[in-house]
Design a binder for this molecule. Sequence first.
Ligand code: ADP
Ligand code: ZN
Ligand code: ZN
Length: 735
Amino acid sequence: MAQGPYLHIALPTPLRRLFHYRVPPGVDAATLAPGMRVRVPFGHQQLLGILVRVSTHSDLPPEQLRPALAVIDQKAVVPSEVLSAVLWAARYYQSPPGEALHTALPVLLRQGEADQLRPQTVWALTHEGKGLPEGALKRAPKQAALLSALQRHPHLNKEDLDALEINRATVKALEDKALVTAFEHWPEVAHETRILAEPPLTLNNEQREALAQIATEGFQVSLLDGATGSGKTEIYLQAIERVLAQGRQALVLVPEIGLTPQTLARFKARFAQPVVAMHSGLNDRERLDAWLMARSGQARIVIGTRSAIFAPLAQPGILIVDEEHDTSFKQQDGFRYNARDLAVVRAHKLGIPLIMGTATPSLETLHNARTGRYQHLRLTARAGNARAPAIHLQDIRRQPLDSGFSQSTLDAIGAALADGNQALVFLNRRGYAPTLMCHDCGWLAECSHCDTRMTVHQSPRHLHCHHCDHQRALPQRCPNCKSSRLQVQGQGTERSEERLQQLFPEYPVLRIDRDSTRGKNRLHNLLTQIHKGEPGILVGTQMLAKGHHFPKVTLVVILDADAGLFSADFRGPERMGQLLLQVAGRAGRAEDPGEVILQSHYTEHPLVLTLMRQGYHPFADLILQERRATRLPPFRHLVLIRAESKRPENAADFLQVARRESEQLLPPSPKASYVGPLPAPMEKRGGRFRYQLQVGADRRQDLQTILPTLAERLEQSPLGKRVRWSIDVDPQEQS
Ligand code: ADP
Ligand code: ZN
Ligand code: ZN
């Protein structure tokens, strides 16, 4: 007979289930609660797991169950609401629950660290400092800025100072004058009751109406749909202000904090209450502190990247997803969750409003807004005095190009510089050139591990595969015919930078891409230089497109817009349109009206024409019509099963089995369809052959019903042991 109770525990293993243990000797089961950490024996090792439930049931015979070794916590570490959100997501995305928790929780918690905050060093004004009038210390502007920040905020920690760009020397100067002092501060201590550190802007009519439509409590999803610069962030700030006034917290998801320090700075400048960031730039301890401050309610505003969707909140009040169309919200490996979609689920469970903001809604979100599932709020004007940029579509067929630039584009860049402005050149390809070719025999430098060419890099000089990271020396001679006539073809950002510097030697050319920003402060330094506002040229990849404000940029040049039109991925055109408008949105943010030049070989392509002449919504409508006709998302739900192996037939055979199994569970019909197994768009990558099987269904529920059984059968399949395979629910990439 079963000897309950049993502990059902999530362990960090690749198996899609919970593991059962007996209660450790000497522990009273009544003291156990879900969310506590438990140490257990696992094979010959010990693992730390999270208790999911105490149950009288186990499907294993009791004599096979081992007792857990120890219960680490007196109280639950993971709040039950967070635990159930993670487990829900693990089920939905077919992820092992232990792996999902692994992603969702700070690493130190998973290693057994106590869930306790440490005191923090903070700086505040001394009695004398408080006595100074506003606007004092005028002759030392940096010190004046710190003084003024501390007049608005009760105290600032290291991170706040960084966000406000106040350096340590400035702090030291005021400490030496006995105007500022450092002390240790327990984050749990009751804090400032003032909400704002600076007054809000007066909203324009559209903004005011939009804010009025956003609920102050209860579940509601709003798509806040407005061009870059239309004032969406100001609406977030004021919606958050209302929530803070109710004594509740806000959680804000952004694509990439490292790239947009300005966003964080803007939140910190506005609010007198603690704003805490959660992102990959933090060390493990800082991450745990941020998590604990969110859980205790000490952090009133939590701003984070993807995994912050699992942040615990003591008094949740509102969720915000900025740039909801951004693909970084979807994790592409391991636990393949989509934080944007989970935001809807979590807001629903918490019964709080969710705002999704963007200038270029994803088609899924737009469809939900059109069908009334989400409230659709539009901002059509630019906030403040800025005007929208003029977009010129430039046909470059048969035009002579100088390193990718047409003559009229170069003239426009020259004119912008001569007027004392900045020009931004967008090219979504890093490196010097995408191709190295032998002029005599036609040999191409290809990656030996992937079906792709290697990119030529200049600094340092080498060949680099952007898909598997394989690197090689740049050959002096053709390995095939020994000719020395090797030529680079095509443009990368390094080459554009080089050419622009030759053409405009009096001006700085700043390159921003993954290569030029490696290393801690390099991006920051580049941005600082741009923000000085001196005339110059910025060249970069999509890193330039994300959320930056470049007030002095009056000209945006988009060099190679066509790639997305012919992508193997059905989302190619959608992504292209979003990226182009995001880049175009960098122009003319301040008083200067902007201009955008889009060079294209396909100026008569209906998608290009519609996007440029009529804007994003008619463009999105065209794509939606096509998706409806071809039964693709958002009109059908997809699951992609991927498999890869060194021998192509293993991957293909495994997916044949997957298709057979899955057709038994969900027979093909007008409502459910199968495509594949087919080779992935890049069949060979990193030395492995990649195949995929796509399962589509009109109803999400049909897929959800079969997936657990399918996953279980695949886990047991002998072929499955010979390949790497994964299940991707609502895939965002076909690669
Ligand atoms: P978005 O988030 O849509 O890009 P922002 O909220 O960042 O737009 O606003 C763009 C610029 O306009 C910012 O500099 C912001 O301070 C300013 N702004 C926003 N709303 C107003 C307003 N109501 N009055 C004046 N300036 C505003
Ligand atoms: Zn050759
Ligand atoms: Zn490669």
